[in-house]
Design a protein around this ligand. Structure first.
Ligand code: NAD
Length: 301
């Protein structure tokens, strides 16, 4: 039997429409719209395309969007001064510094310079602490884990008391999603196990999972026999495994694979995210939601 596909591309559209509607309502009531600035340092092609997509999405939702591009040789001091300017700018509710930064700039120093109440990426240590405390303390959950949780909720997966196994312990995916899934609340309240490179028997842990979240960055790591029949499988991995020529543009495009052996896994799982089209589209969507929430916090709504 084939698993139900959890399509991030469709859930993204649903959420973006909800955000757009709310932006229009707040604008009609208060005259304010969410403001998002994206600071891009240098000309890394991948960073340019991420920033462009973020700006286009913000524009589509009626946000006030600012793209601030700086040369690769900007000094750390000048970059910190720029962040300070946006921290004080009342029309800006979300500040995003596109990573990676050039080597002469200390990334940690830059990320902590962002006002935690405008840190819509959720990477500031204060927001990491708020996430750990949980409940109403949480302001800006990091975007990829927040997207994963939306996919779980909107696909109708019951998580209360469920065995959730997270493969990977990174600061941007594994650790935060593990924390989120164990908190009380909707799409959570689970019993969580985190497995990683030092775990002795990865397969036996995965086999227990009602919800298996895989963020390892290893193509095809999770084999079909590691999946409990009927489980919900969220594949966060995005791995370039080759190149093909696009039928649309005639240009070479990367072939992407997830961390799960999708074709075999979909015959065993109850539901599963594809790669691409599953978790990927959710990250920018949740960035937009965090920026809208920031406006609401700032307006006291
Ligand atoms: P990372 O390299 O920082 O962390 C990977 C984690 O997986 C590590 O904690 C490591 O212990 C664990 N791991 C690696 N190999 C393993 C193995 N063989 N067995 C058990 N554990 C293993 O990566 P990350 O930033 O967390 O990203 C993980 C994957 O998710 C990557 O493919 C990345 O491209 C993708 N990703 C996608 C999105 C998105 O779709 N929006 C966002 C972030 C990351």
């Amino acid at each position: 039997m084939s698993a139900k596909l959890i399509m991030g591309t469709e859930i993204r559209e649903e959420i973006l429409e909800e955000i757009k509607k709310e932006v229009e309502e707040i604008k009609a009531k208060t005259g304010k719209v969410p403001g998002l600035v994206t600071i891009l340092v240098g000309e890394n092609p991948a960073s340019i395309s991420y920033v462009t997509l973020k700006i286009q999405t913000a524009h589509r939702l009626g946000f006030h969007e600012v793209q601030d591009s700086q040369p690769a040789d900007i000094s750390e001091e000048a970059l910190l001064a720029l962040i300070d300017k946006y921290n004080k700018d009342d029309s800006i509710h979300g500040i995003l510094v596109q990573l990676p930064l050039p080597k002469h700039i200390n990334e940690k120093k830059v990320l902590v310079a962002i006002d935690p109440d405008k840190d819509v990426d959720g990477f500031h240590p204060i927001n990491v602490g708020r996430l750990m405390i949980g409940g109403s303390e949480v302001k800006y959950p990091p975007c990829t884990p927040a997207g994963i949780q939306e996919l779980i909720v909107r696909s109708g997966q019951d998580t209360k008391g469920a065995e959730v196994v997270v493969v990977g312990r990174s600061n941007i995916v594994g650790k935060p999603i593990a924390v989120m899934m164990m908190q009380k609340g909707k799409g959570a309240n689970s019993t969580v196990t985190v497995v990683h490179t030092a775990t002795k028997d990865l397969a036996s842990h995965c086999r227990r999972a009602d919800v298996l979240i895989v963020a390892a960055g290893v193509p095809g790591l999770v084999k079909p026999e590691w999946i409990k029949p009927g489980a919900c499988v969220i594949d966060v991995g995005v791995n370039r495994v080759g190149e093909k020529v696009s039928a649309k543009t005639g240009r070479p495009v990367p072939i992407l694979r997830g961390d799960v052996d999708f074709d075999a896994a979909k015959e065993i799982a109850g539901s599963i995210t594809p790669v691409p089209g599953g978790v990927g589209p959710m990250t920018i969507t949740m960035l937009m939601k965090n920026t809208l929430n920031s406006l609401k916090f700032h307006l006291g709504l």
